[in-house]
Design a binder for this molecule. Structure first.
Ligand code: DSN
Length: 488
């Protein structure tokens, strides 16, 4: 696999033009608010100078980034393609239609809705589309009405209440699920009567028999699969069978691994699109696009998803929909498949690097883009480990592990992801070296007491460790530059 094909997305081939564009843009920004121009330059420098291992982050191409800085930002376009509540949306129609077409083609989905601003927006559109299809539409028919506005106050109250307490089951946050999958503090845990499934306490893997038993007992209207911190693949065909047994709508949130689906690393039973009724994703994680979300749906759910505005959303971010179209076009290139395969291979190399250095991993390894390190094996909390790594130029995020004794704030885990450094061109050897550097930092970090006794946040990093690791990281970073040739 050639490094060039993987880093093609960074735009080395048009670096000179992009440099001119950014220099001009920064000059214009500087004339209005120089501190923002400075922060923008500093952000690039910081991203260039650190090992970014946050599993949900990536580096979008200059083509994607530049697409967001245009006058499409100024346009209101509530409604759908060709059916807007505002005039003069002809160019937004072009943009939205192209983004949706790329999404449909890339994922092989019958329908795509590209307006959601984020993952949570996409999930809310999906949830309300499911409620509209499964509860509201039959309720309206039973009441002999075509539209909710035709109902009496009393009938609307009855119908509205019937949507308010439906059942949803998703993966619990501490076993790797997302907060929008029924976590009580999130709107999904409040608008649904929710219950969660977890993972096997011994292996850390999803136990499909246990999920099936829980689903049979709870009989959810919606079964959600997908994760933010589960380092393994999911058998979506099996999950669909489980959903079908109780007549549940099967929804998959592929926000984390959409790039692996797009790049055909996840195929067959591991590709959610042929198995789910509704699939949601963000566009900025392994998919490497702009920040945003989208929803894919079967013909059955498409009409309700298409009403995302006004159901959940207001005006779409037309400039971001344009950038989604560019990113999805990039993801349809053959080079993206090589990138996606490298993301999976590199995560594997990182996990192997930890295992051979005796660091404890949740599930013992990975077969996606995530590696979840249990830092209790170093006598640390996630918070202490995250801070010590950051001091050493390694950017990660602390994350709960199953049945985490330190809770969701301090945590006992560090989540690593391979998408961003793979975009820079890192390969398996570099990821093994990253594992070595992480272990070096954590082995040289001690928990420390605060002024009031034991602390889950304070730590002492061995003298010289941060400098030593930063120097070693710089060698890797210099050999794999971020936005090669781009100068401000
Ligand atoms: N914040 C994203 C993640 O890190 O997984 C999802 O919300």
């Amino acid at each position: 696999m050639s490094a060039e094909s993987i880093t093609a997305g960074l735009g080395a081939e048009y670096a000179a033009t992009a440099s001119e564009a950014y220099r001009a843009a920064l000059q214009v920004i500087e004339s209005v608010e120089p501190r923002i121009a400075d922060a923008t330059r500093k952000e690039l420098a910081d991203q260039r100078d650190s090992l970014k291992l946050i599993a949900s982050e990536n580096y979008a191409s200059p083509a994607v980034l530049l697409t967001m800085g245009t006058w499409f930002s100024d346009k209101y376009a509530e409604g759908t393609i060709g059916h807007r509540f505002y005039a003069a949306c002809q160019n937004v129609d072009t943009v939205e239609a192209l983004a949706a077409e790329h999404a449909r083609e890339l994922f092989g989905a019958p329908y795509a809705y590209v307006q959601p601003h984020s993952g949570i927006d996409a999930n809310l559109v999906a949830y309300w589309a499911i409620l509209a299809t499964r509860i509201e539409a039959p309720g309206l028919a039973e009441m002999g009405a075509k539209h909710v506005n035709d109902l009496s106050e009393a009938d609307w109250e009855t119908l509205r209440n019937s949507m308010g307490n439906q059942r949803l089951m998703g993966m619990s946050l501490d076993t790797g699920g997302h907060l929008t999958h029924g976590f009580r503090p999130n709107i999904s845990g409040k608008m649904f009567h929710q219950r969660q499934y977890g993972t096997d306490p011994t292996t850390g893997f999803i136990d499909y028999d246990a999920v099936a038993a829980a689903v049979r007992e709870f009989k959810p209207l919606v079964l959600v699969a997908g994760y933010s911190a589960y380092p393994r693949r999911v058998n979506f065909a099996k999950m669909r069978e489980i959903a079908d047994e109780v007549g549940a709508t099967f929804m998959v949130d592929m926000a984390h691994f959409a790039g692996l689906v797009a790049g055909k690393v996840f195929t067959g039973d591991e590709d959610p699109v042929p198995h789910a009724h509704v699939v949601t994703t963000t566009t900025h994680k392994s998919l490497r696009g702009p920040r945003g979300g989208l929803v894919l749906a079967t013909e059955e759910y498409a009409p309700a998803v298409d009403k995302g505005c006004p159901m959940v959303l207001g005006g779409p971010l037309s400039h971001v929909m344009a950038a989604k179209a560019v990113a999805l076009a990039e993801a349809r290139q053959p080079a993206f498949r090589q990138y996606a395969q490298a993301v999976a291979d590199n995560a594997q190399a990182l996990a192997d690097g930890f295992v051979k250095r005796d660091a404890g991993l949740v599930t013992g390894g990975t077969d996606n883009h995530i590696v979840l390190l249990d830092v209790t094996s170093f006598g640390l909390t996630g918070r202490q480990a995250e801070s010590a790594l950051l001091d050493s130029g390694i950017v990660t995020n602390r994350n709960a592990i199953p049945a985490d004794p330190n809770g969701a704030w301090y945590t006992s885990g560090i989540r690593f992801g391979s998408p961003a450094l793979t975009t820079r061109g890192f390969g398996a050897d570099e990821f093994d070296r990253v594992a070595e550097l992480v272990v070096e930092v954590l082995s040289n970090t001690q928990p420390a007491a605060g002024p009031n006794g034991p602390s889950k946040a304070k730590y002492i990093l061995g003298e010289g460790t941060a400098d030593r690791v930063r120097a070693a990281a710089a060698e890797l970073l210099d050999a794999n530059p971020l936005y090669p040739g781009l100068t401000l």
